[in-house]
Design a binder for this molecule. Structure first.
Ligand SMILES: [Zn+2]
Length: 370
């Protein structure tokens, strides 16, 4: 493995820019709860369940090495191992609280975390009901707010590939279940704000999910499918036209068709961009080839995110540092990108206005001194 994948961008910054990125109030709108678990949190979960033998390493250093991204099959293996150790409401409360700690360490004020409830309630045998899962998330969110002063909401996403059998036939059950879980979350006031579609786009087109997304939107959820990551611009078009996307997860491969870029511009659809994730998964060979600055200059509303940070050896601060090192983004540029995330997030209007006002207040002072 080359170390093309793992730069330490923060270390390459001048001190004042690194401090600026750290102190800047941040929102992150594309990050997976299961993929945000750190090695030491996973280690604690395994100890809690007396299941250290289910891990490939028996100590933290070994686990850290195993976490490091090598290729896609390994990535999926890590993901499933993590998911299998999330068994009780207390486990979810624990990882959500730990996420709150990570947020506070980076001055991330708000996270919109994607959760895949179908995996926990149905795919993996753990006798967990959706209400128990929602209870765990809510308890963790309450603790994180109380202890770290951070805010969170949830995106429930459909694992798209499990809706298709080997012959490519569509089975609506996983998407209908995920919809029912999201609506249950709404009913309980448990902080679900978005409905997503994740996984490998190849052989798993978006169109069959149109019905579930229409119902989710009618109930007041944002449509936030992944598209244009493992497939090209047509996948992005389908997310817009068939799923009426309010935002696109990734969307970077819209670059491959000017007509799709025009569609995104005309409908003013924001992109949740994850540069390091795209490099790890070979969407682009190196950061310098990533289209982030092009999409930004074109006038699209772009945000920067970390996707599955410990699995890609990154953090949200590291993603901002990447923009500065690779593309010469200044403090003013970085502040504009950071503001976009608050602006397009799924918080209720009053809460969003409060977060934006705090951001603007901080920026006024920080840039006056810049
Ligand atoms: Zn993602």
């Amino acid at each position: 493995m080359t170390d093309n994948l793992h730069h330490d961008y923060r270390a390459q910054l001048p001190d004042d820019l690194r401090a600026f990125i750290h102190a800047m109030p941040k929102a992150e709108i594309h990050v997976h709860l299961e993929g945000a678990i750190r090695p030491r949190t996973l280690f604690a979960l395994a100890e809690r369940h007396a299941a250290l033998d289910e891990l490939p390493a028996q100590d933290l250093a070994g686990l850290r090495r195993w976490f490091r991204f090598t290729d896609f099959p390994h990535f999926i293996q890590v993901y499933l191992t993590i998911s299998a150790l999330l068994r009780t409401p207390e486990d979810f409360a624990f990882i959500v609280r730990e996420r709150g700690r990570t947020m506070a360490e980076q001055n991330i004020r708000y996270s919109e975390l994607t959760v895949t409830p179908f995996t926990h309630v149905h795919l993996q045998e753990k006798n967990l009901t959706i209400d128990a899962l929602l209870d765990g998330l809510e308890e963790g969110r309450r603790q994180a707010r109380a202890e770290f002063g951070v805010e969170m909401r949830w995106v429930f996403d459909i694992p798209r590939n499990v809706n298709f059998d080997a012959a490519g036939a569509y089975d609506p059950w996983p998407s209908e279940q995920t919809l029912a879980f999201a609506l249950r979350g709404l009913e309980l006031g448990a902080g679900v704000v978005g409905f997503g579609l994740g996984g490998y786009e190849v052989d798993a087109p978006a169109r069959p999910f149109a019905h579930a997304f229409a119902q989710a939107k009618a109930a007041g959820l944002l449509s936030v499918p992944h598209a244009g990551e493992t497939m090209g611009a047509e996948s992005v078009r389908s997310a817009v036209e068939d799923l009426h996307a309010d935002r696109i997860g990734h969307g970077v491969r819209a670059m491959e068709d000017p007509a799709v870029l025009d569609l995104l511009l005309a409908r003013n659809i924001p992109l949740e961009i994850n540069p390091t994730s795209n490099i790890c998964l070979h969407v682009y060979r190196r950061a310098a080839e990533h289209p982030f600055p092009h999409l930004d200059r074109m006038g699209l509303t772009v945000t920067v995110n970390s996707d599955d940070p410990p699995l890609f050896t990154t953090t949200l601060e590291e993603e901002y540092a990447l923009l500065a090192v690779e593309f010469g983004y200044t403090k003013v540029d970085l502040a504009r990108i950071a503001r976009n995330a608050f602006f397009v997030c799924g918080l209720p209007p009053a809460e969003k206005a409060r977060q934006l006002a705090e951001f603007d207040q901080w920026m006024k002072i920080a840039l006056a001194w810049a």
